[in-house]
Design a protein around this ligand. Structure first.
Ligand SMILES: [Zn+2]
Length: 103
């Protein structure tokens, strides 16, 4: 007799190396069979969630922020150019999201 490493029940092993009772072994086999399919499903759902995620900055706020940090209002400083460029990229990303979203 051995003790199943999963459920703790005693069982009569069919093989000297068996660590799982027959019920737990069957369960493990079923899970291993489903694993690749579940992995694909998780990957698909993650991609769908990423595409469905709303833009980090709402479009109306983004427009205000671009106006506030525009280089014309800050002596064409390097910081204002960097910030404006990044904000404009967010606007582009949000537009692309709407165009590619299946929902
Ligand atoms: Zn077991």
């Amino acid at each position: 007799m051995k003790v199943c490493t999963h459920c703790g029940e005693s069982f009569e092993p069919k093989f000297p190396t068996a660590k799982l009772c027959y019920s737990c072994w069957l369960l493990r086999e079923a899970m291993l069979e489903e694993y690749p399919e579940l992995e694909r499903e998780v990957r698909t759902l993650r991609l769908a969630l990423e595409r469905k995620a709303p833009p980090a900055i709402p479009p109306d706020i983004l427009k205000i922020l671009i106006g506030c940090c525009h280089p014309d209002k800050h002596g064409n400083s390097k910081s204002s150019n960097t910030a404006t460029r990044w904000l404009l990229e967010q606007r582009t990303s949000a537009t692309q999201f709407k165009e590619t979203s299946p929902w």
